[in-house]
Design a binder for this molecule. Structure first.
Ligand SMILES: Nc1ncnc2c1ncn2[C@@H]1O[C@H](COP(=O)(O)OP(=O)(O)OP(=O)(O)O)[C@@H](O)[C@H]1O
Ligand SMILES: [Mg+2]
Length: 240
């Protein structure tokens, strides 16, 4: 049986003017897999994510979503992907539930109050916060509303850029569990992160990028936390 990769790049090259940000990247994320993309500042993680989202035009190679070419079918982004940035943009004067219903309505999804409540609870937002204004929310609570919006879309894949940056360890752990649950429900998840601990905790596969290339890739369950740190630092210091 062959597994279809939900997110895939084949020999992807992305240039910003004269600068090569992605250099023949081959990445594959099947359904149900959390893939953590690690790498130092400027390694190309955000560029990889934004290329999947159609913000960058590849200079070379291919981007495939569910086995179909993004270059040929740009509408695939809207239909199949959910994106969670580091700072989720929400309306501060609306409650979490109102934000969720509003953003879903924009995407053509009508949610009842009950459905919105269930989605927020499933995303880990405590019930007494659902009707409070988002302006009073912590960063972790805003992330949960973002996750609820992404879940409502029933996207095949979710892309996250540094989702746990600035979250306290307990909030990061809680968030990691929600991401795990989304993948266990069949989603493919690609997550750029600097949080090695969180990557080890939630990911199935880990890739380390450097200068636009995937320099190492391994099964997350095959390494211990300290081995992961050693591998990461070896690449960062040019020793690997
Ligand atoms: N809009 C842009 N115009 C020109 N160069 C860019 C642009 N965005 C990123 N770059 C360059 O592309 C390379 C990859 O950047 P990218 O933002 O993808 O890295 P990153 O791995 O996400 O880094 P970080 O960990 O700091 O978020 C870097 O050399 C960066 O300077
Ligand atoms: Mg980045």
């Amino acid at each position: 049986m062959t597994t279809t990769n939900i997110l895939e790049t084949r020999d992807l090259v992305v240039d910003y003017q004269q600068h090569r940000a992605i250099d023949r990247l081959n990445l594959a994320v099947p359904a149900g897999c959390v893939y953590a993309l690690l790498g130092g500042n400027g390694a190309g993680k955000t560029t990889t994510i934004s290329t999947f989202l159609g913000f960058n035009r590849p200079t070379g190679g291919q981007v495939l979503i569910g086995g179909r070419s993004l270059q040929e079918q740009p509408d695939l982004v809207k239909a199949e992907l959910a994106y969670l940035p580091e700072n989720v943009a929400l309306y501060d004067l609306l409650s979490g539930a109102e934000n969720l219903r509003f953003f879903c309505a924009l995407a053509g999804i009508e949610l009842s109050r009950d459905q919105a409540g269930r989605l927020l609870s499933d995303s880990g937002l405590q019930a007494d916060a659902h009707d409070k204004r988002v302006g009073q929310y912590s960063k972790g609570m805003r992330q949960k509303v973002g996750l609820a919006i992404a879940s409502a879309k029933h996207a095949k894949a979710m892309l996250l850029d540094e989702p746990t940056s600035g979250l306290d360890p307990s909030a990061a752990n809680d968030f990691a569990q929600r991401i795990r649950a989304a993948a266990d429900g069949g989603m493919a998840v690609l997550m750029a992160t600097h949080d090695l601990f969180n990557a080890k905790q939630v990911a199935d596969r880990i890739g380390i990028m450097k200068q636009g290339r995937l320099v190492e890739e391994f099964d997350a369950h095959s390494v211990q936390h300290d081995e992961l740190e050693t591998k990461y630092l070896a690449h960062a210091r040019g020793l690997a």
